[in-house]
Design a binder for this molecule. Structure first.
Ligand code: AMP
Ligand code: MG
Length: 425
């Protein structure tokens, strides 16, 4: 596959890339083509770490301190100097001092000091004996075994060394990272700004919530599925509503969307019957490719640029919208956001509980219900209704059964790959 073909070249002459076939793009091929045109954003902003969950780090974080910044006790017990002990126990030492975390020593370190977890080890002492391992008698501690040097002492820099890179650029920050940043005293960090995604539904028959439904009309569900899908990606989502199949209004909406967003998503209007109409509008305002992807559900897909923004025209059938979003838009948004590496969705092997009918040729994302048996083996049943308009199938299912292009019919007990919805939606 030729990777340095520009969108403009490709649109003017589809033959410049010998393996580019808009009428039979595999899922993988289409992803590679799209990836070709995606450049991560570079605008950054500085934010407080308390607002940084799921944000993408724009620069590596280097620790300015050692953690811990001093040797300290890992236990409540007694700190001693092992070099002062003979070789054969039992040993008896007088308690000559007391030290609590964050406090100054009371007394001295001549023999043993009572020490609490987190308290700094005074110089001259080199081990901590847990309190459970000593007998206390008239101001003396008595213990049988000689402790090892550094026993129960947390060493300076044992968690993090001063100068160590603890988080890489491109990291999507997790809860533990926020704590880690705090542990090195960093309260604000540079992150990439959030990706802005504008989206709208198209169709004369599509009705917004709150309106009565007349015969032949359907409520707009795609926009709500998208709101949920986008929430998971932590983008700035811009809802542009439902747009009728009207050239002028669609054109105006696409222009407006591309002015304010990095990614524009429309649903509907790219299927064979309607594509010509969208093609005409998009040709006028952007550089768009129309593809027939060899996948099911979700065959038609449009991708291209309108101004600086990336445009995805997803098929209108509610299941197709979700599957194509997940296959193409998710990865594109993550790439644009600056996240590296992009987390791959794991494929898990599962045993089929009933046969599946499939014709070779397309990659299928069937909806299934998996369970784990007593031996922790995944088993999966495909749902009966696999129509691309049956949104209930997404809701009832808890996984995709991913069937590769060359797969044909599958019998019960055969192994298939599944992707758990928990990791996707
Ligand atoms: P289209 O891709 O526009 O040809 O639409 C394919 C099918 O999906 C049609 O039956 C539409 O009514 C339906 N559809 C399109 N958009 C939506 C939407 N936003 N919500 C629910 N159904 C839709
Ligand atoms: Mg339509």
């Amino acid at each position: 596959m030729k990777k340095d073909v520009s969108l403009t070249d490709l649109i003017s002459d589809l033959n410049i890339a010998h393996d580019y076939d808009p009428n039979a793009m595999s899922v993988e091929q289409a992803k590679v083509w799209i990836a070709n045109f995606l450049n991560p954003i570079d605008q950054q902003e500085t934010i407080h770490i308390k607002n940084a969950l799921h944000r993408i780090l724009a620069e590596p974080v280097i620790s300015p301190i050692n953690v811990p910044n001093h040797d300290n006790s890992a236990m409540d017990g007694y700190a001693i100097n092992t070099t002062k002990l003979g070789n054969i126990g039992p040993f008896a030492l007088r308690v000559t001092g007391k030290l609590f975390a964050g406090n100054q020593i009371e007394g001295n370190t001549k023999e043993a000091i009572r020490i609490m977890t987190g308290a700094m080890i005074p110089s001259g002492l080199n081990a901590v004996i847990p309190q459970e391992q000593v007998e206390l008698n008239a101001g003396l501690i008595i213990f049988k075994t000689k402790p090892n040097v550094n026993q129960n002492i947390r060493q300076i820099g044992e968690d993090i060394n001063c100068g160590q890179t603890i988080l890489q650029r491109g990291r999507c920050l997790k809860a533990c990272d926020l704590g880690l940043l705090a542990s090195i005293g960093i309260d604000s960090i540079k992150v990439y700004r959030k990706i802005k995604v504008a989206f709208f539904s198209t169709g004369d028959e599509i009705i917004s919530l709150g309106n009565p439904l007349l015969p032949g009309q359907v409520y707009d569900s795609n926009r709500y599925s998208l709101i949920g899908l986008l929430k998971r990606l932590d983008v700035e989502a811009i809802d542009l509503g439902v747009i009728p199949d009207n050239k002028k209004i669609i054109e105006d909406t696409l222009k407006k969307a591309s002015d304010i967003a990095d990614v524009v998503i429309s649903t509907g209007g790219v299927s064979v019957g309607e594509a010509d109409y969208m093609k005409e509008i998009l040709k006028k305002i952007g550089k768009i490719l129309f593809w027939k992807i060899s996948m099911k559900p979700g065959r038609p897909l449009a991708y291209g640029k309108i101004g600086h923004s990336h445009y995805f025209g997803l098929p209108g059938n509610p299941v197709s919208t979700m599957v194509t979003f997940y296959q193409f838009v998710r990865e594109a948004v993550l790439t644009l956001s600056g996240q590296t590496p992009i987390p791959k969705i794991p494929l898990i092997k599962a045993k089929l509980l009933s046969p599946i009918k499939k014709v070779p040729g397309r990659r299928e994302f069937q909806r299934g219900i998996y369970e784990k048996d007593d031996e922790d083996i995944f088993k999966v049943s495909p749902l009966k209704d696999q129509g691309s308009g049956i949104l209930r199938s997404m809701s009832e299912a808890n996984c995709f059964i991913v069937l590769q292009e060359d797969t044909a019919h599958l019998e019960k007990d055969m192994w298939v790959d599944i992707q758990l919805f928990d990791s996707l939606f």
